[in-house]
Design a protein around this ligand. Sequence first.
Ligand code: ADP
Ligand code: MG
Ligand code: MG
Length: 934
Amino acid sequence: MRQIETHPSPHQIEPAHRYIYDFADGRASMADLLGGKGANLAEMTRLGLPVPPGFTVTTEACRYYLRSGRLPAGLNAQLAEHLATLEDATGRRLGGLDEPLLVSVRSGAKFSMPGMMDTILNIGVCDATVDGLAKLYGDERFAWDCYRRLVQMYGKTVLGVPAERFEQDLIRAKVRKGLAANAPDTDLDADALRALTRHYQQTVRECTGQDVPQNPREQLTGAVRAVFESWNGERAHVYRRREHISEDLGTAVTVMAMVFGNLGADSGTGVGFTRDPATGAPGAYGDYLTEAEGEDVVSGVRNTLTLEQFGAIDPASHAALRGHMTRLEEHYHDLCDVEFTVERGKLWMLQTRVGKRTAAAAFRIAADLLDEGRIDEDEALARVSGDQLAQLMFPCFAPTAAAAVTPVAFGVAASPGAAVGRAVFDSADAAERAAAGEHVILVRRETNPDDLPGMIAAVGVLTGRGGKTSHAAVVARGLGRTCVCGVESLEIDEHAGTATVARGQAAGAVIHRGDVISIDGTEGAVYASEIPVVPSPLVEYFEGRQTEKQGPSGQSVRGADPVIAAVARLLAIADRRARLGVRANADTPADAARARRFGAHGIGLARTEHMFLGERRPIVERLILAETPQERARALNQLLALQRADFTGLLAAMDGLPVTVRLLDPPLHEFLPDLTELSVEIAVADATHRPVEPERRRLLAAVRRWHEENPMLGLRGVRLGLVVPGLYAMQVRALAEAMAARRADGGAPVAHVMIPLVAEVRELELARAEAIRVLREVDPRLTASIGVMIELPRAALTAGAIAKHAEFFSFGTNDLTQTTWGMSRDDAEGAFFPAYLEQGVFAASPFGTVDAEGVGALVRIAVERGRATRPDLEIGVCGEHGGDPESIHFFHDAGVDYVSCSPFRVPVARLEAGRAAVLAERAAQGAAVGSDTR
Ligand code: ADP
Ligand code: MG
Ligand code: MG
């Protein structure tokens, strides 16, 4: 990207490094160097749109400044040179007494950070030039309006005067004029604005002991420095952390000739979108404000006009604007937003970018652009994401109900969803009320591991402090609880059991313990009342309760829900493009059926442990306590009948598709009573001389015998199968008999038997031999593939040998992550995860997104060694990572055949499987993601 000045000046031996680009010399693909704003202004200039002339100081100059505290050598000279060009282009001079040039100094990083950094307008107006400015435009009021705005913006941004000070001055100016405090600023005449400018200057002096410089060149360099420094402002940091934008990019600075929307009724300023960024609906959309400059239009100082109303008052500018917007959308092939200003009937374009949008709009726009033939299918997939799809699947507040109520506060949207419940201020209270059947929202200043029971009991969590990586946020996401955190405008008093709204429209409102509140973890909004929650219309559609052609209440309206239609369309494309298959983790026929409706092609993991719980637990106890082979056989037979029914249901729900049954995995004592409770029960009985059944004593002995210090690393998985006689044989027999029953009923059962926790090939050999023996016994014609779960590092490393005895591998990435890192997930997430995230040990939880360097390396090794032994080895992933977008892309690249995830994540996985294929292909072709204009 670096470019070297081609004609060195005689004073320099080295050619000067280029730190400044005129608009005419840049383009959209140079956002790294020119920032998004500068690059897109250059692009609009190249397209011939009416952009005021200007130039951009590079992000490189900013990085230099932030490192050294000095402007790079040569920058001043280059600034003078480009300023001279600008002066020639406009025929005006910065600081000129007759025809003064005014410029804006604007920040713009590679990624847009709306409103996070500073921009200063009207640089160049001062005591010496204000009269010349008035004469130039024939409008004295206007000249003083520019001046007071400069003093205010420069005072606030460069010199650090609190904004409220200027607001107070402005109110006083209105009152002096006999106007109401909230009268529009347009009611102030030239004299009032002159006086106001002087008051502002006085305020600056009082607050800082300095003046806004009277020398326009000094104003310019002061503003450039301030923009560089605003990169390190608190707001900017917070935003970057939230959006995962790197801290070292720096911002560019754009210097641009001013055009004025504050020149009377035929002037104004506005913003526009080429489509609706909230719904994705086609058609331009925007706001316009006459007699206004800069941020006035979005700041709510006066009511704005719609684009149609703008068209009615200034048809020519409106038509020109619509033309430019269409042009931009055609050029960028995407939703664009624009900023524009009309100066005495002449339209100027001041900014454009590919606009931000909601999840719903992202799908709708991608599908619409595809229909319009502007992008192809691959590009449409690249434009949406699994995270956006997941957002559309959470239950949400009924839109009309939420729109009618104003949130009392906003915080960080930390864990999506919509939760309604009574506010409680400590964990114990939450647990108690939840046990009594109440829905509660846990409200804390911040949370720590002691709050875990309360968080589990609550439907939502609300905190006053902390961001997306705070304890509350991490744990809430892990638990699947809705969470809004860092709501700084709420003063939370846990002792008193109150949360007081400190700022904003609802300032002073108090939420008391027991009040019903609603929190929106997708938007970060907090409501002080009950907002009705409705299921996501998209989920209703996946469930088959609503078609894409039906309206929300089921009426048959063609295309009534364009978002659902768009999702369906993009999912179909993803399915076609995907190389990775998607299966579901499901243990019950109901879950299996839902997974199938959501598009799963089979079950990648059916856990059998829940089938040993509840009313079946006594049978497991009998199995463990059995003293004779006959007793054991009786217990096993009882379990056999029950398991057969379980498997028959699963095979029926997934008829024709593979059902992967994992043999029993957890340590047996998980199915026995708690050691402490049982010990206490018997000790108390003994102490009070009450009789104790001999059965209870035997049970206690067994519980003691089975007790383990580290059950996670103990007698579980295949170890259990090899040590407890008949257990795995019973499970395989149940599966085989279920297959036979399904066949007899005309079904097409496809069963896979999966052996868990294998570390050594011999374990697999033994378990497999037994499984094959049982299958043959039941019916020699039955076939089921027998495979292994790869969830221990040793299994991954010896995958070559293991593959000799396995027809498939399935990575159990949850356990593989625990055993690779040597930490238990449940303990780690509550205890030290937040600290680890904070200190940057992890960028993301390795249990959420697969750790590519560690766990991922084992996956790659196992795939390679396994396939070297058995080229047709089928390889899947059944950990929770199977539903995580980033992990799915990793598994695609690693050569895995399918991922398996919870039924609810299946659509997300389908979409990301398709995207992974598209993005990998693009990366291989060396093409940047997206076109070069994005
Ligand atoms: P942000 O990145 O926060 O949107 P901008 O740099 O876009 O900040 O500037 C703030 C406001 O000032 C915008 O409304 C913009 O259109 C307006 N503005 C910037 N430069 C000029 C200019 N040269 N003439 C008129 N208005 C300008
Ligand atoms: Mg802007
Ligand atoms: Mg496991």
